[in-house]
Design a protein around this ligand. Structure first.
Ligand SMILES: Cc1cc2nc3c(=O)[nH]c(=O)nc-3n(C[C@H](O)[C@H](O)[C@H](O)COP(=O)(O)OP(=O)(O)OC[C@H]3O[C@@H](n4cnc5c(N)ncnc54)[C@H](O)[C@@H]3O)c2cc1C
Length: 499
């Protein structure tokens, strides 16, 4: 086995790992950065649009009157106090400084109103990257800084095990295509991004895993969580799904925004569950986490229903409804389009989704029910009730606003599209303390082992929260904190050696 020696090994080069690495460069601590893929960067590079922050320079400039006490309380309450209070407190306090710090590497942000229509008037906490494309060059720039500082980056190299003895960490074992590597070190920062890429872990945690539109980092296969569990780390926690909206078909990439069924998905049309019942006020479409959660609660998917008249209407007319994702996917310098349609390719896009097995078309309600395998009587009752709500401009069951009681589902052909809960990853893993040190079940820290980003428990009870940018913000902040704590830990080891 090949052997190398360093002070710290950083596992993963997404938001949390690269953040730890950049902080270690500043702290003048030597390290080796491991990345499983052939390029640096995980979901933080290809996916995230910004970071959460309070008391940032931009917030001060705009006179935002929302500060640490309110933020801490709101975030704690949203997860019913089932959180790691000291960690949450520390993370919130470091958010503003981290926003400034990230700008040095080409990841400058601007305070933007919350992109989710349901949260437009929430306190502004979302700092959006000034350019989505600059994320890619920022990672190249950071890689150069790491190399220039004399530290090593090993791509196509996966951390697989920790050699931990009575005196602490001895080595990280890593795998390359055809060889193993033993990296002697005193400390490790584990930022490999949770387990969205591990079907067995996903299935164990979430019964509906097979139905989910999984947009998470597929190289994140729970390696870090397994490594820490193997040395006695505490990995007991509620599974935390990172649900974020819904999407129509495995064949349609919702991130590309080039399919008009996807556009229809983002509107509050009629939705029914797998037994043909309406189950929510569809206006939840304007709140991404809750929208995903409501589909997750229904077993991972629901059906969006419409008829030919509605399809024709959206194909040819502009509708005064906002596409839920319109603001999110508009570059900061452009104005979002806040109407829907006309969608010239809608009929053919619907046909393609049906051909892919993710939808149905039928001339009658009973045929549609048969194709969806839902009880005909229930589906007929649901449609009759919904159509009556439109006639009366009142929705006694779910109180949908009259503005959205517009499109009856009353005359064939009828259409159904299977809408899957979309997830951006997983948010539970290892229990840690406020230093991001992994804990044993008795809450003593495993010295020298730090767990960051999507791998660390602490901010959520069982689902993602409504604070835009908090997942990515946490990843960046936790990486920095772990690097600083590792630096202090290494100093204590040096002192012990001297004694
Ligand atoms: C499409 C999408 C959009 C998103 N948008 C937002 C947003 O707008 N706001 C927000 O707050 N969050 C967003 N997120 C979530 C955010 O990107 C993550 O929370 C954040 O990136 C987590 O950072 P991380 O370092 O834990 O994981 P990642 O950034 O995913 O990095 C993990 C890295 O570890 C590597 N790796 C895996 N296993 C190993 C191993 N054994 N050895 C070495 N390397 C390994 C992976 O290849 C990857 O590079 C989004 C996620 C996605 C997928």
């Amino acid at each position: 086995m090949k052997e190398i020696t360093t002070q710290v090994v950083v596992i993963g080069s997404g938001s949390s790992g690269i953040s730890a690495a950049m902080q270690l460069v500043e702290n003048n601590v030597s390290f080796v950065l491991l990345e499983k893929g052939d390029k640096l960067g995980g979901a933080g590079k290809f996916g995230a649009h910004g970071v959460y922050g309070i008391d940032s320079a931009d917030q001060k400039k705009h006179g935002v009157d929302y500060h640490f006490p309110a933020a801490l309380q709101e975030m704690t309450q949203q997860s019913h106090y089932l959180v790691n209070g000291p960690l949450m407190s520390r993370v919130l306090k470091k958010s503003a400084a981290t926003i400034d710090w990230m700008a040095k590497f080409g990841l400058a942000t601007s305070l933007t109103p919350n992109a989710q229509p349901a949260h437009l008037y929430d306190q502004p906490i979302y700092h959006e990257f000034n350019s989505f494309d600059e994320r890619f060059t920022a990672w190249d720039h950071m890689a150069q800084i790491i190399k220039d500082s004399g530290n090593q980056i090993l791509t196509e190299t996966a951390g697989v095990a920790l050699d931990y003895g009575a005196d602490g960490l001895k080595a990280v074992i890593a795998e390359q295509a055809d060889s193993k590597l033993r990296i002697h070190c005193q400390s490790v920062v584990i930022g490999d991004g949770g387990y969205p890429g591990n079907p067995a872990m996903m299935q164990k945690a979430f019964a509906d895993a097979g139905e989910l539109m999984n947009l998470g980092e597929r190289k994140a296969t729970g390696d870090g969580i397994a490594m820490v569990a193997a040395i006695g780390g505490d990995v007991q926690h509620n599974p935390v799904i990172f649900a974020h909206g819904c999407a129509p078909s495995f064949q349609v990439n919702p991130m590309k925004r080039d399919n008009k069924v996807e556009a229809l998905t983002n509107l509050p049309l009629l939705w029914v569950n797998k037994i043909g019942e309406r189950f929510t006020n569809e206006e939840v479409v304007y709140d991404f986490a809750q929208w995903g959660n409501v589909a997750h609660a229904e077993g991972g998917y629901y059906y969006m229903l419409f008829d030919q008249a509605t399809l024709d209407h959206f194909q040819t007319q502009q509708v005064n409804w906002e596409d839920a994702f319109s603001r999110q996917f508009t570059e900061p310098e452009h104005e979002p389009v806040l109407t829907a349609g006309p969608y010239a390719t809608l009929q053919q896009d619907v046909a393609a989704v049906i051909a892919a097995g993710d939808g149905a078309k039928a001339d009658t309600i009973s045929e549609l029910a048969a194709q969806l395998d839902v009880p005909t009587e229930q589906l007929a009752t649901t449609l009759a009730t919904y159509n009556a709500a439109i006639d009366q401009q009142a929705d006694p069951q779910f109180a949908k606003q009259a503005k959205f009681l517009k499109f009856k589902v009353s005359a064939g052909p009828f259409y159904a599209v299977k809408e899957r809960c979309a997830i951006l990853g997983t948010l539970n893993g290892v229990n840690v303390n406020a230093n991001l040190e992994a804990l044993r079940p008795n809450r003593t820290p495993i010295k020298g082992v730090y767990v960051v980003g999507n791998n660390a428990n602490g901010l959520y009870s069982d689902a993602y929260s409504n604070f835009e940018g908090i997942a990515n913000g946490f990843a960046w902040i936790s990486g920095r904190i772990a690097a600083d704590e590792t630096t202090k830990y290494l100093a204590t080891l040096k002192q012990t050696e001297r004694v």
